[in-house]
Design a protein around this ligand. Sequence first.
Ligand SMILES: Nc1ncnc2c1ncn2[C@@H]1O[C@H](COP(=O)(O)OP(=O)(O)OP(=O)(O)O)[C@@H](O)[C@H]1O
Length: 636
Amino acid sequence: MTKGNINVSVENIFPLIKKFLYSDHEIFLRELISNATDATLKLKHLTSVGDAKVEYGTPLIEVKVDKKGKKLHIIDQGLGMTAEEVEKYINQIAFSGAEEFLDKYKDSAKDSGIIGHFGLGFYSAFMVAKKVEIITKSYTDAPAAHWTCDGSPEFSLTKSKKTERGTEIILHIADDSTEFLEEARIRALLLKYNKFMPIPIKFGTKEINDPDFTPKTTKDKDGKETTEPHKKITVDNIINNPNPAWTKQPADLKDEDYKDFYRELYPMQFEEPLFNIHLNVDYPFHLTGILYFPKMTNDLNIQKDKIQLYQNQVYVTDNVEGIVPEFLTMLRGVIDSPDIPLNVSRSYLQADGAVKKISSYITRKVADKLKSLFNNNREDFEAKWNDIKIVIEYGMLSEEKFFEKADAFALYPTVDNKYYTYEELFNKIKANQTDKDGKLIILYASNKDAQHSYIDAAKAKGYEVLLLDSPIISHLMQKLESTKENITFSRVDADNIDKLISKDDTKISKLTDEQKTELETVLKEVIPSEKFMVQLEPMDSDATPFMITQPEFMRRMKEMQATGGGGMFGMGNFPEMYNLVVNTNSPLVSEILETKTKKKQERLINQSLDLARLSQGLLKGEELTNFIKRSYEMIK
Ligand SMILES: Nc1ncnc2c1ncn2[C@@H]1O[C@H](COP(=O)(O)OP(=O)(O)OP(=O)(O)O)[C@@H](O)[C@H]1O
């Protein structure tokens, strides 16, 4: 028997380990299972190259809870260790590794969520155990060894009778960590961290129907059929899927396999993903993964299931901020890379060269995939547009590279369900929608019903009206206006249509200047000036007499502020202000002017104003009630 001190210089390491990231104690299990996996994979390698003359077989890792004995066992059938190796790897290397790790991060531990994810290794067992035993038998002929340490720097190392190859770690769970003696807790942890690890993990047993047994059906004398119960057998309960889809080649996977894997990842999601992107690079970094585009709502805040980050099939985190470009964090799926440095803080991560490359690779891959989906099946892409546009528009706003690439597949749908790329739209409307100053005016609506009359007026002129309704669209329009030359987006209700796209043909007003001044005075007496700016316009005689518009600039700034960033400071607080466009060529307007009875004139103005408000959805509450009352009186 050997007795000794692990390292006298840091007597206080165990209390430190215990305190270290107290919220992350649970990672001990992942660390120990990772070691067991490594030991098994190392043996696999040694047998495959002929360096270990033993049968590899079909090794398992077993996790056992002994609630009574207050112990947790992790047993592997990997390469094991000799006493000398325990001395070297556990007492020296692992310990100095843990020591170094703690030394480096004890102060900054709380500055980021990611530090606690990796690096503490074997000694993380002491976060939950008051005593740890290692019983290990090397694949070589060396006798088995038994190491015990009670949480002080003292350890003992003796011979053991263990005959099967592999390592058993026994944790004597500390009194403040008894939660780890609950089967349900351990099962949940295994499913969280080890669901896709490459070696099968056994946790208890389960009963299943014996596949070799066919139940017999017999008939009694009355002809009633009875089937005997199915024979049950007990089998190992394997908690993980050692070969998850992302580790396979895309060529070996069918559409259904991707969907099955999505269900495996998100058992609570009942909606199918729209499509997936298989990531697979070897150079200049290693990265595999599958990203899914789920159906998106217009609510940017809803994002329940996140992308999961793995390192060699070991779950690390579902916080991929800094690794995946922000606009893609709305996607779901898995990323697995051994090259992402995880024991560093987030701010460091964002500046890390490898991580930057990973992020731009993912962006490029997503853009390429979208482009090929668009090229290969445009109809299907159009059908999915509404569900994916928010990601694409967000990407165009936040990543310059993506903005450039998206030009080829970003769509601009019209109110009539046609979908144009920017170039197609440009060519389609260039001739008709360029105004007298040579500016191309792109008309859009945000709500087909609410802006119906304005859309109608634009369509009567042969203009195309887009339907742009995502919450960040005002930001995107702003960006497009500054990158594309000489274009302006205008919502159809931003002004009267002849003003929105003003051509050279100036309309002649039926009213003389004198009559106009008189009309203005009459209108201003009735119309509240704090809400409406009266604007006289000579329009077509059959165009609406009264029309309410809201200038594009003001409205857009308010919208941009409401969705964060951009916009002009303070605009959000401006009161709602509308223009009231009065068509001086309308027969009704002439009638208002010619009406001699003051009361009747007032009634006509109010009625027309209310109708204009009604068509903008602005007539509500008491004002709506009064309008209805007045309308009944008029038809009585
Ligand atoms: N189950 C095991 N079977 C065989 N060897 C093991 C086992 N567990 C630990 N070891 C040995 O002990 C060493 C130290 O383990 P530890 O977990 O502290 O560090 P690590 O696995 O090398 O690195 P990491 O910090 O990433 O976990 C391992 O490198 C390995 O040689």
